[in-house]
Design a protein around this ligand. Structure first.
Ligand code: C2E
Ligand code: MG
Ligand code: MG
Ligand code: MG
Length: 295
């Protein structure tokens, strides 16, 4: 944004230089404010996890959930992750918050299991910095141990961005994760640069198809073709395919016809707080949902 302001300043001539200096100062100031507030948020424990169900298309029931980070800001209310995760990543604070996320997710899943609802696999998103700047394996193992959670009920989601630095160590860590028995999911699949060449090196068991394809599928046949290709690819590699961002029954019908295994999206539920998710687990999905299971 600073660069953009500089270019704009050039375009508009030197007369505006002072204005843009002020603008840059304001941006720098806002950023510092945000960093300070995020440090306080860690101390004051203002982060919460919301949960969104993953639905098995064939069985028509909730088989998993994704834990999604929210910031319960005292004045601004609930803040979405794209508003603060980039800053947490740049400042390295994501390591601390990420450890909290893993711990909180394992704790919550253990609570659900103790509650006697059918067990679900809970997915947690990992940032690249957690691979580079922390012993992520140890963090995961100790959280599982602390909450007496069987590794099969934890899934770690990451995007291919984790490979931008230190490719070999990251892939080794993933193999260790797989050995421990946790699930691994490649998130936002299809949007990166090197998806195909790296795919065979990732020991993942799930491919999550980026929701941009489904969003565009009704207008562009090309997007439906890409979804189809990703599902075929998943099948030939023995992976579970997940369609993200299913909002309409038309979209559900499309991915079901193409043989997708699992779906996630507003059609079933938006991400919701733990207590609401507990109720959803106990009541099951509303039978009014147009799930096209074969029974
Ligand atoms: P993601 O991992 O791809 O998560 C899915 C995002 O899609 C979530 O956004 C979810 O609310 C949204 N979504 C799900 N279904 C639909 C739908 O039907 N329509 C639309 N329009 N959106 C849908 P959210 O919660 O805002 O999270 C955004 C991103 O922030 C996540 O994308 C993930 O990359 C990141 N994130 C969230 N929590 C964490 C975390 O604990 N750690 C890290 N490292 N990243 C996180
Ligand atoms: Mg995710
Ligand atoms: Mg995603
Ligand atoms: Mg994403």
């Amino acid at each position: 944004a600073a660069d953009a302001a500089m270019y704009a300043a050039k375009d508009r001539g030197r007369g505006n230089f002072q204005f843009f200096t002020q603008e840059l100062n304001r941006q720098a100031h806002d950023r510092l404010m945000l960093i300070t507030q995020l440090r306080q948020a860690i101390e004051r424990q203002e982060f919460v996890l919301y949960y969104q169900p993953l639905v098995d298309i064939h069985e028509g029931r909730i088989v998993g959930a994704e834990a999604l980070l929210r910031w319960q800001h005292p004045e601004r209310g609930l803040v979405a992750p794209d508003q603060f995760i980039p800053i947490l990543e740049e400042t390295g604070l994501m390591v601390t918050v990420g450890e909290w996320v893993i711990d909180a997710a394992c704790r919550q899943n253990a609570i659900w299991q103790a509650d006697g609802v059918p067990p679900i696999s809970l997915a947690v998103n990992l940032s690249a910095v957690q691979f580079y700047r922390s012993d992520i394996l140890k963090t995961v193992q100790s959280a599982l141990q602390r909450h007496q959670l069987d590794p099969q009920w934890l899934t770690l989601e990451f995007t291919e961005a984790v490979l931008f630095e230190e490719t070999e160590p990251v892939i080794r860590t993933m193999h260790r994760m797989k050995q421990i028995g946790v699930g691994l999911a490649l998130d936002d699949f299809g949007t990166g640069y090197s998806s195909l060449s790296y795919l065979q090196r990732f020991p993942v068991n799930r491919l999550k198809i980026d929701r941009s394809f489904l969003r565009d599928a009704e207008e562009h046949d090309g997007s439906a073709d890409i979804i189809n290709s990703i599902i075929r690819l998943s099948q030939s590699l023995g992976l579970i395919s997940v369609a993200e961002g299913v909002e309409t029954s038309t979209q559900l019908a499309l991915v079901e016809t193409l043989g997708c295994n699992e779906v996630q999206g507003y059609l079933f539920s938006k991400p919701i707080p733990a207590d609401e998710f507990t109720r959803l687990l106990k009541s099951g999905l509303p039978s009014t949902l147009p799930l096209m299971c074969n029974h």
